[in-house]
Design a protein around this ligand. Structure first.
Ligand code: HEC
Length: 171
């Protein structure tokens, strides 16, 4: 009786210890995986963030506006502006039914201080008669053209995700 009771106790105890050890190992495993997974995306994200604008979904050179050079981007943007923006903003961006986007009255900084913010505005809201239809490359190109017309950005690098935040659109 005594021995049996002792044995049961030991068995229960051993089970408990095994359980506790198991739990510790489990949580140790989780602790191990958590730090390994957390830095991993953190570490790869900046890399992906830098890569995606340049080698993003739309291809290496075109992701920055459809040309290897700023002047290519600018002429592409000029064409898009004439086709899709001039009817409201004027052939030279002087403003017709829509506000001027060139010259002293251009309200370029209304939506933010830098070209990245203006890009988002154009991508989302322009052309106003068909918003959201500009491809990224085209929006970069037309923005590059507008900024160039205003003397706010003139290359030499094409305008794109990696430099737009540092391009001021304020006068
Ligand atoms: C159907 C007319 C129309 C077309 C087409 C159009 N826009 Fe606009 N755009 C507007 C109006 C109206 C505003 C003012 C909106 C506001 O302030 O909320 C505006 C504002 C802007 C602004 C901010 C300037 C400011 O003072 O508010 C920019 C930059 C701009 N448009 C760029 C473009 C570009 C680039 C295109 C061509 C891809 C384009 N727009 C096509 C009507 C148009």
């Amino acid at each position: 009786m005594k021995a049996q009771g002792y044995g049961k106790g030991t068995f229960l105890w051993a089970t408990l210890v095994a359980l506790v050890i198991g739990l510790i190992m489990l949580s140790a495993c989780q602790n191990q995986t958590t730090p390994t997974t957390t830095p991993a995306p953190g570490a790869s994200q900046p890399t992906a963030g830098i890569q995606s604008p340049t080698a993003g979904p739309s291809g290496t050179p075109s992701a920055q506006g459809g040309g290897a050079s700023f002047s290519d981007q600018n002429s592409k943007g000029q064409g898009i502006f004439a086709q899709r923006c001039a009817k409201c903003h004027g052939q030279k961006g002087e403003g017709v039914t829509a506000p001027a986007v060139t010259g002293p009255n251009a309200g370029l900084a209304v939506y933010g201080d830098n070209a990245g913010q203006l890009f988002s505005f154009i991508k989302t809201y322009m052309p106003q008669d068909n918003p959201g239809t500009l491809a990224d490359d085209d929006a970069w190109a037309v923005l590059a053209y507008i900024l160039n017309q205003n003397g706010l950005y003139q290359g030499p690098k094409p305008l794109g995700t990696d430099n737009a935040a540092s391009v001021s659109v304020k006068r």
